[in-house]
Design a binder for this molecule. Structure first.
Ligand SMILES: NC(=O)c1ccc[n+]([C@@H]2O[C@H](COP(=O)([O-])OP(=O)(O)OC[C@H]3O[C@@H](n4cnc5c(N)ncnc54)[C@H](O)[C@@H]3O)[C@@H](O)[C@H]2O)c1
Length: 336
């Protein structure tokens, strides 16, 4: 039984091949994105396995369905790039990996905050050039600061736990409060209060049509000068053009992005010999207090092993006609 994996990198092959010893599926890997013009590659398979920047819109799904694909395996938690209505109409099932390692993403978010705060990115460059001046490297203590977590599900909770460990006061905002967040000492507040009180703000809610550009010109205007904002969730949550303006005005004292709203043309590829055409990305990456990582928050060996195990387990459950709780075809993207 064959599964075609799209956007498959070396590390995906390594972990899927290893876990597949127990499952014995036939795995075919394609390094390229899934989109209408590549969907025809998925021949003689019952399932395809896709990732965050693959295009699973109606056109792609129609081509896949016409080739007999019955199951979409998302090897990630988010599924904002899947047209669930189309999948349902075409009789396709969609499954995901709801929680492979919340700590992997939370730890990366905090690594980004600390890199910006303590200017590690600048110190790294300076010391390699034997420049040991400390001018311009002043950070702030996390201890005693207020940090805001937007979205207090699995990853937001893991982030809040680390922030609490630093000795931060942790504010949260979530339409569905999580008792575990309050148990660890977090305090729920309205979004405006979180924006205006927090020195550090970390985004951990899914991208839905309702919260596209949740952080926009109006919400940035509510932040205190010098706020550090980190987004490891989905790029569309932040209006990047408004962020440039907030950086210029000093409202944002630091911006760390593991995700970017137009990342599908950039991330996961080596573009080091090309001129980047995205002017918003170029303006952001030219700021001394902006750092990017290319959607790597998930990238730990623990997370990759869990992604492979759960994805293959989802395929097995489908073939056995079982539900294992990872199906999303009947959910809308903003549901838990
Ligand atoms: N960068 C990466 O590598 C990476 C890896 C995994 C997940 N993610 C992203 O992280 C997101 C969160 O993952 P999770 O496992 O914590 O999901 P989760 O479902 O456990 O938690 C998400 C929380 O966000 C809340 N929420 C929804 N809309 C909101 C809004 N408008 N304002 C505030 N809160 C809102 C939900 O109620 C829920 O509690 C995923 O949707 C995905 O986009 C990124």
């Amino acid at each position: 039984m064959k599964i075609c994996l799209f956007s498959a990198k070396k590390y995906d092959r390594e972990f899927f091949d290893k876990r597949n010893n127990d499952y014995q599926f036939e795995l075919e890997y394609f390094d390229i994105h899934l989109e209408p013009k590549t969907a025809t590659l998925a021949r003689n398979a019952f399932a395809i396995c896709a990732f965050v920047n693959d295009d699973l819109g109606r056109d792609t799904l129609q081509i896949l369905a016409s080739q007999g694909i019955k199951l979409i395996l998302m090897r990630c938690a988010g599924f904002n790039n899947v047209d669930l209505d189309a999948a349902r109409e075409l009789g396709m099932r969609v499954a995901r990996v709801p929680a492979y390692s919340p700590e992997a993403v939370a730890e990366h978010a905090i690594a980004l905050v600390m890199t910006l705060n303590r200017r590690i990115h600048k110190a790294y460059q300076r010391t390699r050039d034997a420049n040991f001046s400390l001018e311009g490297l002043t950070g702030f203590n996390m201890h005693g600061r207020t940090a805001g977590v937007i979205g207090t599900g699995k990853i937001g909770l893991a982030t809040a736990r680390i922030l609490k460990g630093f000795g931060c006061e942790v504010l949260g905002h979530d339409p569905y409060p999580n008792p575990a967040f309050e148990e660890l000492g977090g305090r729920y507040v309205p979004l405006d209060e979180l924006l205006s009180q927090s020195k550090v703000i970390s985004l951990h809610c899914p991208l839905t049509p309702e919260n596209n550009h949740l952080i926009n010109e109006a919400s940035l205007a509510k932040m205190q000068p010098g706020t550090v904002l980190v987004n490891t969730s989905r790029g569309g949550l932040l209006d990047s053009v408004a962020a440039i303006d907030a950086l210029k005005r000093g409202v944002l004292g630091g911006l760390a992005l593991d995700v970017y709203e137009n990342e599908q043309d950039l991330f996961f590829e080596d573009l080091s010999t090309e001129v980047i055409q995205d002017d918003v990305f170029r303006r952001l990456s030219a700021c001394h207090n902006v750092i990017f990582t290319g959607h790597q928050a998930f990238l730990t060996s623990e997370a990759l092993a869990a992604i492979a195990e759960t994805s293959l387990g989802n395929a097995k459950a489908f073939l056995e006609g079982r539900s294992n709780g990872n199906e999303i075809i009947n959910e809308s993207p903003d549901q838990h």
